[in-house]
Design a protein around this ligand. Sequence first.
Ligand code: IPE
Ligand code: IPE
Ligand code: MG
Length: 242
Amino acid sequence: MANPSPQTEASTPPRHVAIIMDGNGRWAKARGLPRIAGHQRGAESVRRTVEAAGELGIDFLTLYAFSSENWKRPPAEVGDLMGLLRLYLRRELARLHQNDVRIRFIGDRDRLAKDIVDLIEEAEDTTRGNGGLTLVIALNYGAHAEILRATRALAEEVRAGRLASEDIDEDVFARQLHTTGVPDPDLVIRTSGEQRLSNFLLWQAAYAELVFMDTLWPDFTKDSLREAIHEFHRRERRYGAT
Ligand code: IPE
Ligand code: IPE
Ligand code: MG
């Protein structure tokens, strides 16, 4: 019988990978295509990456799909992005559910169209009991808004006499964030060569490894994900210790 080889530290995949999917517009521009063509190809990358994440043994995959600042884009592009999201959810929900994927959304739902909120709720309700990959989709998400919302909720608890301000610690605070129940990301990837967080998971990514890749999001493949994970394993995480 073959010796079962113990999982080495280096082969353990990061538990939670979060991706800032950037570069759809530049991908299209380089080909003389409209930006929507880049977003369409970007949606195919989403499909591929969700599958790859499951295959690579990742437990949580968070994808930044639309930021609270993306409303500043021309209404036609916002409409295209929302249309693609509708299409993705309608087309993929059954297959994701079959593959035991649990879907969660983070972000502010107030500004989203009613039919999108319905689709989100259907996706979450349908897949609530699934035990495979958890896919977290950040939609109309912004970390500043998330942190302010948590602060207001806690202030309200204190005002009502249900909570003492000195009892607000990191756990109490984190429980008020959209990501409650989701472990902090170990690895944050941003594609397209930009090196900033753009209001993504500012609280949660405090100790995440940041990997910036030049690859534009529509060109992102399973190999790109492998490469980012490889880079993650080369880093030494210290959490403030020596
Ligand atoms: C990422 O691609 C998609 C979203 C932000 C929704 P961009 O649309 O930001 O592409 P670039 O940055 O213009 O290339
Ligand atoms: C960040 O990308 C938001 C998403 C990927 C959804 P942007 O392209 O909107 O960010 P900036 O404008 O370059 O900071
Ligand atoms: Mg961009």
